[in-house]
Each structure stands twice: as structure tokens, then as C-alpha cells.
Design a protein around this ligand. Sequence first.
Ligand code: NDP
Length: 457
Amino acid sequence: MTKYDYDLFTIGAGSGGVRAARVAAGYGARVGIAEEFRVGGTCVIRGCVPKKLFVYASEFGHGFREARGFGWSADNVRFDWSKLIENKDDEIDRLNGVYIRNLKNSGVDIVDSRATVKDQHTVHLVKENRDITADKILIATGGAPFIDQNVPGHDLGITSNDVFHLEKMPHHVVVVGGGYIAIEFACIFRGLGCEVCLVYRGEDILRYFDRDISVQVHEELKRQGVRVITQTTLEKIEPLNGEEKRIHLSNGNHIDADLIFWAVGRNPATKDLGLEKAGVELTKNGAVMVDEYSKSSVDNIYAVGDVTDRVALTPVAIREGSAFAETCFNDNPTDVDYRFIPKAVFSQPPVGTVGYAEHEARKKFKAVDIYKSDFRPMKNTLSGSEARTLMKIVVNAENDQVVGCHIVGHDAAEMIQCIAIAIKAGVTKKQFDDTVALHPTAAEELVTMREKYKPNV
Ligand code: NDP
């Protein structure tokens, strides 16, 4: 028995915090966890899960049209926004309940309150206005979307925190940004039938990805009727009648829309948490600085997930949470391997990617071979859709190892999860070639690319 109320107190019950709390409790630790919003965190409550449900809803928008080519008549189909919101809310409530039950079954005390750090071993529970003490404190508060406050009228727009609770479906949406959330929601709204305009400050959307991915997704957005305006920022937003707003752009034009959706990034949620006072060092953008075992600059305070600004993805936060609990409560120092993490953007069609982009590989390795295939998938021969599939393999030419794979097309995310296993295990291009194709699939293209890609220079 230690002199503290808890062996571990976790602030934030999202993916990372919940995993850490449950694993630590499983090793016999006395664990408490505080959550100011809803147990489940961003991923479950207002991120990955409701987003994917919206993606499914939106895909039907294309599906009904494309079904005609296969003999179906799907006339007079209607979409009911409030039904989608209601069913989505039910599912999120169910998952929230599962998370709460799992914590309780693991013996973790849940506190429904904002919590702040008072000193190295004391946490203040704001709602209950009381302090508790803990041997170890884990910061797992995640991140929060931000808005560009320099734009006059910026608060006429919403963020991903609000988008899952809109009372009505918008007619004309302006999405600001060119990253994950911007691209996914541009496609969601377009599939549901809205007019969509994407305003991005740079040249290439999804600029952290392989450039072929970025170009392909840009083309697919245009093909679906999303108006993509690049190298442009917002100058000012002003209210018009009713829900309408006028967005003045840096290119001198303006757009009228009833929804402005800021998707310009997320910041680590450390504001007013009391961390600096407790001696915890933060980076310039407010992330908790941690070592490879997720330990902060204070010996007994740790942090996992988006609040550390390492790789802001749910499965990574979960791994960091487990590794922390292994290290601190099972006497088994465990770090997280960040190599070859598969990633997806749930655009339509989706992106799946793992490993080095071509430009990264060319910097890292002496010689690189590229294999590329860009084709019309079989389904689209009858569906009438002009959407194409792109597959690209990046090979370290010195040892034939496949170091990157990038796909835009149906089921890209599903394919990449499996390819990631092989790539992480060190698969060579020859082993890809030695694998018999599975016909007829799109994925067979991955094992039948023989010609090295030669750019037209
Ligand atoms: P991203 O970092 O992906 O994209 C932010 C975008 O906003 C970039 O295009 C950026 O431009 C632009 N931007 C930044 N500041 C401004 C500004 N002041 N004015 C105009 N544009 C600006 O962030 P997201 O919010 O889309 O997503 C946050 C994180 O959440 C992601 O990085 C990802 O880790 C995670 N996520 C993962 C998903 C998935 O796995 N499918 C889905 C959704 C989120 P520039 O490119 O020039 O920097």
C-alpha cells in the first residue's frame, strides 16, 4: 500500500487513457480515471467511429446512381439526415456504455469531471472541487480542433466537434483545409448531395502523402464535383440572411455557403491543465514532451496519445497506453515501434498507405525502384463511375525490400492493413512477384506489377 489514494490516476478517458488504465489495473494497480466529456474520447465519440458511419452513409449516395448500370432502378431515393444522426447517436451511446463497463469490470474508478494537475502527486477534480493523490499521473487528454482566429468572422464556422450534431443537412459547404478531416468531410458531404467547395492554402492536398496519392485524390474530388480551390486562404467571413454566410477569399472571389467547416488541424489539449506549474515541459505547440517510455520531464508524470503529438492515430495511442502500463506496472520496460504504421484517409475512394512516400525514399535510400499501376476497376466498367484506382510500390533497389505501398481505390484501407504486415516483416519485391494473384480482384495488381516505372523526363 502506498501513501497515495491511487497507484495511477489518468486524466482523459480516450483510447490511450482507457487502455493504460485497464492494463495497469489488470496488473493489480489501484487506478482512477477522470473524463470531462464522454468516456471513449475523440475516436469513439466525435472522431473515427461516427466519421466512418458518415462515410458509409455517404457512399450510398454514389451507390444508388451506380447500381443502375447493373440493372437496378433506384429512383426517388431520399436521404434523411435526422435518421442518420439518431442512429449514429444510438451506436455512439452503445460504445460509450461498453467503454464504461470495461473500465468498471477492470476495477477502475471513473470520475465524471475535468481534472487538472495541482502538483507532482496531486490531481484536482474540478466538478467535485476535491483533490486526490496518485503515485503516477498519466496525461491522456488528446487534442482539440482549432480555428484560424485571425480570420474576422471565424466563429461563424464549425469544427469536427460540432459536425456530428448538425440539426439539418447543409446545402452548400465550404471546407477549409487539405488534410485528413478536410478531405474526408468534403467527400462525405458531396456523397450526401451537398454542394462542396474545398479551400486549401497550399498547392497539393494531403501534402504529407506520396505526391501521386495527393494528385489522384485531387482528381477524384473534382470528378465527384467538389470544387477544389488551392493556394487560397480565407480573408473574412460575414453573416448573410438566415444560415447563409459569405466567405471572402484571398484570390479576390467570394463564396456563399450555409456551412463553413474548419478542418485546419488539431492542437494537444494541455491548456490550463496545470502541467507547467508541476514542472512538466511542453513543446512550442503545447504537447507534453516525453521519452521513449512516455515519461515526461517529471519522473512520475507520463503522457500518451495525441497530447504528445507523436503520431496522432488511435491504434498508436492504444499501443502507447499499453506500453506505459507494461513499463510502470509490470516491471517490463516497453517502447512503441513507430516504423511502418499503416494509415488511411477515408476519402471516396479511400487512401491506404504504409511506409515511405517516393520523395522520402529517394532521400533515405541510395537507389529506389517505383512500380505503378493506374486502372479503371472492374466494378466501374458497368457502374459508369469514372473513378480510377492507383497502386504504387516503392522498393529499396539495393536490397529489393519493399519500403512503401500506396493505394487510392475501393478497399484501399483494407488492403493496406494486410500489406503492412508483410512490409513490416521485410518483404521483398521478388516475394510480391512470387505470390500468385487472386483473380478477379483489384489487389492482384499488387503482385503483377513487373515494369519499373520510368518518369517521362
Ligand atoms: P491535418 O494536419 O491532417 O491537416 C490540417 C490541414 O489544415 C492542412 O492541410 C494544413 O495545411 C491546413 N491548415 C493548417 N492551418 C491552417 C490555417 N491557419 N489556415 C488554413 N489552413 C490551415 O489535420 P486534421 O485536422 O485534418 O486532422 C488532425 C489529425 O487527426 C491528423 O493529422 C490525423 O493524425 C488524425 N486523423 C486521422 C484520420 C484517419 O486516420 N483517417 C482521420 C481524421 C484525423 P498545410 O498542409 O499547408 O499544413
